[in-house]
Design a protein around this ligand. Structure first.
Ligand SMILES: [Zn+2]
Length: 396
């Protein structure tokens, strides 16, 4: 049992690369190995330590640790201490069966490791905005499904909550601010929204799909002042990952394994991934990014065209960055402080990170871990339809 077990998204990358712990045995190039590498230990990883009744997650992975410093996934034999609480399949896939705790173990050769899991009741489902804990501007989460889409329970199983936990940790470290989120009774208020159109109809709509979603949001919630909506839409729109109806205050992530990405929403509460990055991209559009006065703004859309690691990048080149930053030079759309240009850092949907926060001082939150094929964000606002009436706007 190691205390770092739950940092799994980062650990997985590190382990899968077999590097980083500095104890590799030096090997002279060209020298054949005299003996095969020897297994020294086993470590079980999963990106979480809880699941909900009825939820299927995983698979948990068993990593063998070898004497040459490398690691690799092994086909361990899995068992659950209490299959009436957690079932584990031969491949490590886990199913929450009933509320309780159980230990899931893997063994391989003479080694073994285990993890403890807690199974919780699913969250209650809400069709309406619950009474707000906070007054004032706030971001409200929505789980929206086409009429025929399979219910993935992203609200009831806590995936959207975890997604926002990861978003908040990332933002705290990246910009020193958090989103003002709509909570009810201390928990993220997620509204379930079954839509009046099918998945296929949604996909055939193309770019105007985001307008349909904006309309459905307005039908359900009215137009209360000071609310922005973060919509996890369980469907695809081509291969897009996100979009926004900026005027309507709606940011959308198109959650679909063949459309945007097979990454899970809220894959880890510690670490943001594809859909978390997509959601913040969309919310920044809602908050006014990238303004026309920004020096690096593309002529054709509200994105920047220079630094490839920028969250709002949509330029022509992509050179394989695996990092993402929010206006890293603070000169385009966040934190520039110019009086003559909108600054999303001054928006009312942020709250400062207080010292009383749950994070330990000095503990840097991990940066997002995004598969390279999911980056940069494929955004429905690119390219923007011709803005003919703005052709005379000077843009230094
Ligand atoms: Zn965009």
């Amino acid at each position: 049992m190691t205390p770092t077990r739950w940092a799994a998204p980062v650990m997985l990358v590190g382990l899968a690369c077999g590097g980083g712990d500095g104890n590799q045995t030096p090997v002279t190039p060209g020298t054949p190995r005299v003996s095969p590498k020897e297994l020294r230990g086993l470590e079980v990883t999963l990106a979480r330590n809880d699941l909900r009744v009825g939820q299927v997650t995983g698979p948990a992975l068993a990593y063998g640790r070898y004497d040459d410093g490398t690691t690799g996934v092994v086909e361990g034999a899995w068992t659950s201490s209490d299959p009436s609480v957690v079932e584990v399949a031969d491949d490590g896939t886990l199913t929450g069966v009933a509320v309780g705790r159980a230990t899931v173990s893997a063994s391989f050769e003479e080694f073994g490791d285990s993890l403890e899991l807690e199974v919780l009741e699913p969250n209650p489902r809400h069709d309406r905005d619950q009474p707000d804990d906070l007054a004032g501007p706030q971001v409200h989460a929505v789980y929206a499904l086409p009429s025929d889409a399979e219910d993935g329970n992203l609200d009831r199983h806590g995936d959207i909550e975890r997604s926002f936990e990861a978003i908040q940790r990332w933002l705290e470290g990246e910009i020193g601010k958090r989103l003002r989120l709509d909570t009810a009774g201390g928990r993220l208020d997620v509204t379930f929204l079954r839509l009046p159109f099918t998945s296929e109809e949604g996909e055939e709509r193309g770019a105007p799909l985001v307008e349909d979603l904006e309309g459905a949001i307005r039908d359900r919630f009215g137009a209360p002042p000071g609310k922005a909506y973060a919509v996890y839409y369980a469907g695809r729109s081509g291969d897009l990952c996100g979009s926004a109806a900026a005027e309507g205050g709606v940011a959308v992530a198109f959650v679909h394994p063949e459309g945007c990405s097979p990454q899970a929403v809220g894959v880890g509460r510690e670490t943001a991934s594809t859909y978390e990055v997509v959601m913040v991209h969309g919310l920044l559009h809602v908050f006014g990014a990238v303004p026309e006065c920004a020096s690096d703004r593309l002529e054709t859309s509200a994105h920047v065209g220079t630094r490839v690691e920028d969250l709002m990048y949509a330029g022509p080149e992509w050179s394989g960055h695996d990092e993402v930053a929010i206006d890293p030079e603070r000169d385009n759309y966040f934190g520039h402080g110019r009086a003559d240009c909108p600054d999303t850092a001054a928006g009312e949907f942020w709250e400062p990170v207080t010292g009383a926060g749950p994070r330990l001082a000095g503990a840097n939150p991990p940066p997002p871990v995004i598969p390279s094929e999911d980056w940069p964000v494929r955004c429905g606002l690119l390219p923007v339809p011709a803005e003919a009436d703005e052709s005379e706007t000077p843009s230094p």
